[in-house]
Design a protein around this ligand. Structure first.
Ligand SMILES: Nc1ncnc2c1ncn2[C@@H]1O[C@H](COP(=O)(O)OP(=O)(O)O)[C@@H](O)[C@H]1O
Ligand SMILES: [Mg+2]
Length: 510
């Protein structure tokens, strides 16, 4: 059968980068074709060409056997291609319906449908959205405002938006990177339903397990080249990881037995509120000792974020005490906490970890720039900041054109390595790592896991908060589980089976 999409020898260059190198890729009708590859491998670039956002420098694109030239996404949409980007392109203050019909009615001024004239259109649009939602099992409320919806629902809106435009070829760019395991499972059900109804899907991911679970075929890109196409029946996690990275990858973390020392972080009866003034963390007590990793497991949204913010001085503490090495830090500022030797890898690396508009070198001194050797009497020592930047870029393998490059143009993995490099390049006693590898590829994940274990080996107390149960189980020495803002159980790693932890995560106390 003729593939619905075929690329022949597609090459795309950006200044200094060969992003796609003679890529031959096919998508068959009604298949889920996973596109796997490390950050920067060229996955998004290839898909952006199929969606008309970029034009290839060489090679051609065929849709249903016919050569096509896309000048913009409208050309691609006309050929039935829809794309859901990594960062959603919805307008937060508008409703689901408004977002979905936005841009479809190109003959009208874009905002006219908000007025009286558009009422009729909107009613029929709502009905059509309801039908689509029903048919594909995509729960969306046409009247909801985007900003009130959780990420998983926003993603469903993006999918409905493509279907509304009659797409039968769907490109999903890392859709699970922003989802909880449960939301990802729901998405896979929807994807199956779509292919049963004749939609063909390109599914971009770097999570080996989910690719093996959901794809019909798997293609791997490395450094812009398509290194191979395989099937879940033929591949294993190990073989896929090796294709992605080009060498053997350790998927399990090797570590010596823990030798916990003195308590470093002590939390007693901690209570904090969330942004809506509801109790988010209630009566939480635990300690983390030198040389151990305490993992906090839990479904996202059970108070983890508020807990971490309270511990790092970013959120007021309503009750209880926090101390680090016996020093009370319950109401200390983030800077005071940093200065007594606490390192912090935040959950939202773009908002709290980096100043994206700053060069890499500046981000590497973001919490030390005001002290020697980086500053003397309020004057920055630029040569020293640059020397420090070069050394860390080397040591932490941060892939960036230079230390002067703005952090915004780095891949997620390299942004995260920048934060890790900064936080671990000074003497620390306690490391708080929140979702440290979320959205990262295998290579960066392996690297960051190695660094966390290394810190533990050097006697640092490590608090790891992660919604990824595999990550918790492979790194922790003890596992505490949070549910609705409380710790419902703490287990030594030897007793922390997937089943026991899973039950605690669902709030079933022992
Ligand atoms: N608009 C752009 N301008 C310059 N370089 C880009 C642009 N888009 C992507 N690149 C570069 O092309 C390479 C491939 O990137 P991308 O396709 O985003 O990879 P992936 O989606 O696999 O992570 C990277 O080196 C990236 O920095
Ligand atoms: Mg990408």
């Amino acid at each position: 059968m003729t593939p619905v999409i075929e690329t022949r020898g597609i090459t795309k260059r950006f200044p200094g980068v060969l992003a796609n190198d003679r890529v031959d890729f096919t998508l068959e009708k009604g298949e889920i074709h996973a596109l796997l590859g490390e950050n920067g491998a060229g996955k998004t670039t290839l898909m952006n060409m199929l969606y008309g956002l970029y034009q290839p420098d060489e090679g051609e694109i065929l849709v249903n056997g016919e050569a096509v030239e896309f000048h913009d996404p409208n050309d691609a949409i006309r050929q039935g291609i829809g794309m859901v980007h990594q960062h959603f392109m919805l307008i937060p203050v508008m409703t689901v319906t408004e977002n979905i019909i936005l841009g479809v009615e190109r003959t009208r001024p874009p905002l006219a449908f908000l007025g009286k004239l558009g009422r009729l259109d909107r009613r029929s649009a709502r009905n059509r959205i309801r039908e689509l939602a029903e048919e594909y099992g995509l729960a969306v409320d046409p009247n909801a405002t985007i900003q009130d919806l959780p990420v998983g629902s926003q993603q469903r809106v993006e999918i409905v938006k493509t279907l509304y435009r009659r797409a039968d070829i769907l490109i999903l760019d890392e859709p699970t990177a922003v989802l909880t395991p449960q939301e990802a499972d729901e998405l896979f059900v929807v994807m199956r339903r779509l292919v049963e109804r004749g939609v063909s899907i390109v599914f971009i991911s770097h999570k080996l397990k989910e690719v093996l679970a959901v794809a019909d075929r798997i293609s791997v890109l490395r450094n812009g080249r398509l290194v191979g196409t395989t099937t879940p029946a033929q591949a294993t996690r190990e073989s896929l990881a090796e294709m992605m990275v080009g060498r053997e990858v350790l998927l399990t973390v090797a570590k010596e037995e823990a030798r916990p020392g003195e308590p470093v972080l002590q939390v007693n009866g901690l209570r904090t509120l969330d942004d809506r003034d509801q109790v988010a963390v209630n009566n939480v007590s635990f300690e983390v000792r030198a040389g151990e990793i305490l993992g906090i497991a839990g479904v996202q949204g059970n108070g983890q974020r508020e807990l971490v913010e309270a511990l790092t001085g970013l959120r007021p503490v309503e009750g209880g005490e926090v101390s680090v090495l016996g020093q009370d830090v319950t109401h200390a500022s983030p800077r005071q906490i940093t200065e007594i030797g606490v390192a912090y890898i935040p959950e939202d690396r773009q908002k709290h970890g980096l100043v994206l508009s700053y060069p890499v070198a500046d981000n590497l001194v973001l919490n030390t720039y005001y002290r020697p050797p980086f500053a003397k009497r309020m004057v920055l020592n630029e040569p020293e900041i640059e020397r420090h930047g070069r050394a860390l870029v080397q040591e932490f393998d941060i892939r960036t054109p230079s230390i002067y490059t703005k952090s915004s143009s780095l891949s997620g993995g390299n942004q995260q390595k920048t934060i890790v490099a900064r936080e671990l390049s000074r003497p620390i006693k306690l490391l708080i790592a929140a979702q440290p590898t979320r959205g990262l590829d295998v290579g960066s994940t392996e690297f960051i896991h190695g660094r966390l274990v290394e810190q533990r080996q050097q006697g640092v107390a490590v608090l790891l908060i992660s919604a990824d149960l595999d990550e918790i189980l492979s790194l922790s020495d003890r596992v505490a589980v949070v549910f609705e803002g409380e710790i419902v159980g703490t287990l030594p790693i030897a007793d922390a089976t997937r089943e026991r932890v899973g039950l605690l995560m669902a709030g079933v106390k022992e």
